[in-house]
Write a protein that binds this ligand. Structure first.
Ligand code: FDA
Length: 316
């Protein structure tokens, strides 16, 4: 992990920093490089461009840590609207959605959400899975910080009873993840493996880049040797190369797994992999609530900070 990553993620939780950064318009270079826009229309237009280039897409309506039931309901409505639009534009064969459970109510207390956060998030997730199935596509449940891992996997298990096509996400930085990979490497199980983007304590997560990368390779082996459908989410050139050679070592044909990268990050590599016959999916976030997402991307890539500071000063 970079030296700047943890302080930056901690700083991002300050209300003052959030107020300052959130005044940047979405059109400012640094926000735009990671988030194509705020509206369903801009997101679907960006999706159509990626699909025309031979890429798959998973769309994320930005939002997390929702504290009001109405906000969680509005997020569910936004997904329903998005899925309808994807279907009517003929894009749903190539585009699915990614959902954060805290955006649809996981953290809501009993006095705000009758039945509590778990039940609320599960019901909302079911609604989105149903809308996705009606549109001819799927949902992947994003993974958030470690305090939500058990609840997220429990909701995933419930969802898969009715919607076995629902994707999971596991983070190689957590000590528990190799075991979670084993549990989820069964037939039909779509599992996205990423390094993990949150600021996690030592007792649950590897802290050094080297340990996280080595854990990523161990998890990759479990997933590629298993019966499921691995979704290899990384921009790391070394891990992409290792994944390709492991895939052939385990006799995996192209199309029995996929690569995933974030919108705006290494776009040439996304196209290179796709033109070599690999399935590649781009994670495309959109919406007004881009703050948390942007700060995680900046924390991963301190080289972007100068660019970011200039955008903030010029507010363009
Ligand atoms: P690493 O951070 O080591 O970067 C490797 C290389 O990629 C860098 O050297 C640079 O070239 C490029 N790069 C990486 N980040 C960049 C940036 N911000 N800007 C420019 N270049 C950059 N996390 C999570 O906790 N829960 C989740 O549900 C998801 N979901 C998810 C979906 C998809 C499709 C992806 C690709 C990633 C996630 N993540 C995630 C984020 C993930 O955990 C991780 O934080 C980032 O992918 C960065 O890690 P890399 O594996 O890319 O390696």
């Amino acid at each position: 992990m970079s030296l700047l990553r943890q302080p930056l993620l901690l700083l991002s939780r300050s209300a003052q920093v959030k107020r300052l950064v959130s005044t940047m318009p979405i059109s400012s270079g640094v926000v735009r490089s990671y988030v194509p826009g705020e509206s369903t229309q801009t997101a679907v237009d960006a999706t159509a461009r990626l699909v025309a280039d031979g890429l798959g897409v998973t769309l994320d309506f930005l939002g997390e840590d929702t504290v009001a039931l109405e906000q969680a309901e509005a997020t569910v409505a936004a997904y329903a609207d998005l899925l309808g639009e994807l279907a009517s534009r003929g894009l749903s064969r190539h585009a699915e959605v990614s959902v954060k459970l805290t955006a649809i109510g996981l953290a809501l207390p009993h006095d705000v959400a009758p039945g509590g956060g778990f039940k609320t998030a599960l019901e909302h997730a079911r609604t989105i899975c149903r809308a996705a199935r009606n549109a001819g596509t799927t949902v992947t449940v994003d993974m958030e910080d470690h305090t939500t891992t058990d609840a997220t996997l429990a909701i995933l298990r419930e969802l898969r009873k009715d919607f076995p096509e629902t994707g999971a996400v596991l983070q190689s930085y957590l000590h528990r993840t190799e075991a979670d990979c084993r549990a989820l490497a069964y037939e039909g199980s779509r599992v996205r493996l990423c390094k993990g983007a949150y600021n996690e304590p030592e007792h649950v997560a590897f802290q050094s880049r080297d340990e996280v990368d080595r854990a990523y390779v161990r998890c990759l082996k479990v997933l590629l040797a298993g019966q499921g459908y691995p979704m290899i989410a990384t921009h790391d050139p070394r891990l992409v190369a290792i994944a390709s050679s492991l895939a052939s070592r385990y006799g995996r044909a192209q199309g029995t797994y996929e690569f995933q990268m974030l919108y705006g990050i290494r776009p040439d590599e996304q196209r290179r992999l796709a033109s070599s016959g690999e399935s590649v999916r781009v994670y495309l976030p959109y919406g007004a609530d881009w703050y948390g997402y942007l700060m995680r991307r900046l924390a991963e890539r301190p080289a972007n900070l100068t660019f970011f500071a200039k955008s903030l000063i010029s507010k363009k």
